[in-house]
Design a protein around this ligand. Structure first.
Ligand code: AMP
Ligand code: MG
Length: 323
């Protein structure tokens, strides 16, 4: 069974060819705004421009052609409407012309499933931190349930906004991580509300402090505060769910300090820590192909409306029939 997975929820147009046993290719092309954040129309124009080349490169890296495909999977939710639309049209066109089944895939759940496949963890609590999403997800009672999440913006968008105020271009995360290495401690708000986290107040505080403090100190302190918040709620989710594996996913998972803090917490409570390599942490087509195959093998049936894109579908709306 050969599946082509298409990812297009935000800045990245990613295409992967995978079988149940192996990921054969994972090609991506990301939209980079000239200034500011992601402009939805520009991002969708980028995806429309690169989609044919990315698909062809992915097939060629896998050593296969269109006619070898058995299944088309695409991320139909959640994300930016404009960019989701491009992936949906491309996927539907391939499915119709090749006469192969189409599988709509939830992007957040796909991050969890690629993590399980690549790292070998079995039943993790997932700390999923990306640009738009920040959720702590665990499987319980037939669904991937959200045990904690951001009350306002995703951690990545928060980091990118702080970067933008500091004159650092998108994506700001890697540059801030580098600057943080030389920084010292400045007190910032610590914003954990029950199991949830919130970032806008910290962003305002940081923005004000840009006038009076050194950028490297703010970068260091931002990481220490925000990652501690994320690790705190992850630990509580592990305790509450009585699970002993933590999986880190999403673009912010590339951050070494966040990984280190997760590792320390897991070690202290006797849990195991897992993080896939970067290529599978960021938005990618492989995670869509992997979950597409799982859903297909589980015989998941779709209504006509399930194929539509959904900007706001929640992780816990999808019944998990493959576990
Ligand atoms: P995603 O939406 O999952 O593709 O992740 C993109 C987000 O990850 C952006 O907001 C980036 O700023 C952020 N990011 C990437 N690398 C790092 C890093 N090393 N540290 C912190 N954030 C990062
Ligand atoms: Mg993502």
């Amino acid at each position: 069974m050969i599946c082509l997975g298409i990812e297009s929820t935000a800045h990245t147009f990613g295409v992967s060819v995978a079988t149940r046993e192996k990921i054969l290719s994972n090609v991506m092309d990301s939209y980079k705004p000239k200034k500011g954040g992601i402009h939805p129309r520009e991002a969708s124009e980028h995806h429309a421009r690169v989609c044919t080349d990315v698909i062809n490169e992915s097939l060629s890296k896998a050593g296969l052609s269109h006619k070898d495909l058995d299944l088309i999977a695409f991320s139909n939710a959640p994300g930016i409407g404009h960019t989701l639309g491009v992936g949906a049209v491309v996927a539907r066109t391939l499915s119709k012309t090749l006469n192969k089944p189409l599988i709509p895939v939830n992007h957040c759940i796909a991050h969890v499933e690629i993590g399980r496949k690549i790292t070998g963890c079995i039943d993790p609590v997932t700390l999923y931190v990306s640009g738009a999403n920040t959720q702590i997800i665990a499987y319980q009672g037939g669904y991937y349930r959200v045990f904690a999440e951001t009350l306002d913006m995703g951690a990545g968008n928060f980091i990118d906004s702080f970067a933008r105020y500091s004159g650092i271009p998108f994506p700001g995360g890697p540059v801030i991580e580098k600057l943080a290495e030389k920084g010292g401690y400045v007190e910032l708000p610590y914003s954990v509300k029950g199991m949830d986290v919130s970032f806008t107040g910290i962003l305002t505080n940081l923005r004000n402090k840009l006038r009076t403090h050194e950028l490297k100190d703010l970068c260091y302190s931002m990481q220490e505060h925000v990652f501690a918040m994320l690790v705190e709620v992850s630990e509580r989710a592990l305790a509450h769910c009585q699970k002993n594996e933590l999986l880190l996913a999403g673009g912010v998972a590339s951050n070494k300090r966040l990984r280190e803090m997760c590792k320390v917490m897991c070690k202290e409570r006797g849990a195991e820590f897992f993080v896939p390599k970067k290529e599978y942490c960021v938005d990618n087509g492989a995670m869509i192909a992997v979950l597409g195959l799982l859903m297909h093998d589980a015989g998941v049936k779709f209504k006509k409306s399930d194929y539509l894109i959904s900007q706001r579908q929640r992780t816990d709306e999808v019944m998990v029939l493959w576990r």
